[in-house]
Design a protein around this ligand. Structure first.
Ligand SMILES: NC(=O)c1ccc[n+]([C@@H]2O[C@H](COP(=O)([O-])OP(=O)(O)OC[C@H]3O[C@@H](n4cnc5c(N)ncnc54)[C@H](O)[C@@H]3O)[C@@H](O)[C@H]2O)c1
Length: 328
């Protein structure tokens, strides 16, 4: 594949180095940008062919840069993404792309008007196991899908500037909207800020969709178990994606209720085989970076990608409103 795009990675804290590594492996890395001198010099040593700067404007002024990858703190996403789009750059912005639906809408509008890519870093949408779930849903293998729920819990990194809904929920929500292919009409969240005032560390969400399907998310960093799980319940079969499993990432359960032939209105349960399909071992972040490069080259549906990011922010905002007691 001819390398025509050149990428700048902005933000080299915890997550940015993973993006820099992948774009370097793809032969696309041109710039590294961070406010922190120590981080810049550390990564300049690792990637000597990339230019470094603390000044975002310098990256935007380089006509050879096609794409900007933002891995900076969440409140900076909207202003930096807007500047980049206005400078004519394609943007891959870490999740969530903005903190308000109106900001995300503005970014989508600029991207569409200027025919630029605006891709949210919804990592799980590039996970081969999520693609398998989507295949199971779309092919009808599970029967009519009734409900989906996500568990994302861990006594892990306790964040002070983002609550569990925005930090963790963005992952499950992107998958739920992708699997069901509709936006909820009802989105309610309940939670508590046990550790840091105003930052909910335990959140339970309920979503109801126009088709009648429902979804739930349990998001928390106060939990004895590390769970990264998405369950899809169909009328005929059920499927679970467990990202803590090394090998059996997806399990399909051939079990369901069925009506008893002898008595009208009674249900009995059917339990059949349990099956784990082979899931490719590709690194989801590598696939995400490849997808960004492909979109920049005009392959794939850039508009749909940007709009999917907007739908996630819109639903997060609805959930946040209900968490704060603001009527929808
Ligand atoms: N997809 C995932 O699984 C995943 C995992 C972790 C983090 N993230 C996302 O990655 C993003 C970054 O998170 P993090 O944990 O790496 O944060 P971090 O605080 O560790 O790093 C952010 C970096 O951005 C730099 N920065 C801030 N403002 C800047 C500016 N204007 N110009 C240049 N550099 C600037 C800071 O100096 C810092 O080094 C967040 O959006 C987070 O949600 C995604």
């Amino acid at each position: 594949m001819e390398a025509v795009s050149r990428v700048a990675v902005v933000g080299l804290g915890y997550w940015g180095p993973n993006l820099a590594r992948n774009f370097d492996e793809l032969g696309e890395l041109a710039w590294l940008c961070d406010l922190d001198d120590g981080l810049r010099s550390r990564f300049a040593e690792r990637y000597p062919h990339a230019r470094t700067t603390a000044d975002f404007a310098e990256v935007l002024a380089d006509d050879d840069v096609d794409g900007v990858v933002l891995s900076t703190p969440v409140p900076t996403h909207y202003p930096l993404a807007k500047q980049a789009l206005q400078a004519g750059k394609h943007v891959l912005v870490e999740k969530p792309p903005a903190m308000h639906a109106a900001e995300a809408e503005e970014l989508v509008a600029i991207a569409e008007e200027r025919e630029l890519v605006l891709m949210p870093g919804h990592l799980l949408l590039y996970h081969p196991a999520v693609h398998k779930l989507k295949e199971l849903v779309d092919s009808g293998e599970l029967g009519e899908v009734l409900c989906v729920y996500g568990n994302r819990q861990n006594l892990g990194k306790i964040r002070k500037d983002e609550n569990a809904l925005w930090s963790l929920g963005v992952h499950d929500l992107s998958v739920i909207l992708y699997l069901l292919d509709e936006e909820p009409t009802e989105a309610i969240a309940h939670g508590r800020d046990f550790l840091t005032q105003g930052v909910e560390d335990v959140v339970f969400c309920y979503l109801r969709f126009p088709s009648g399907k429902i979804a739930h998310m349990h998001l928390s960093w106060l939990d004895p178990n590390k769970m990264r799980k998405i369950t899809v319940v169909g009328r005929d079969k059920m499927a679970v994606f467990d990202d803590m499993e090394l090998e059996h990432k997806v399990t399909i359960y051939d079990k369901a209720p069925e009506s008893a032939p002898t008595s009208y209105g009674e249900w009995r349960t059917r339990t059949g085989d349990r099956f784990s399909p082979k899931i490719p071992n590709d690194e989801p972040l590598k696939l995400e970076c490849q997808a960004f490069v492909a979109l920049m080259r005009g392959e794939g549906d850039a508009r749909a990608t940007a709009r999917d990011g907007l739908a996630v922010v819109r639903t997060l905002e609805q959930l946040q409103g209900s968490l704060a007691g603001v009527p929808a």
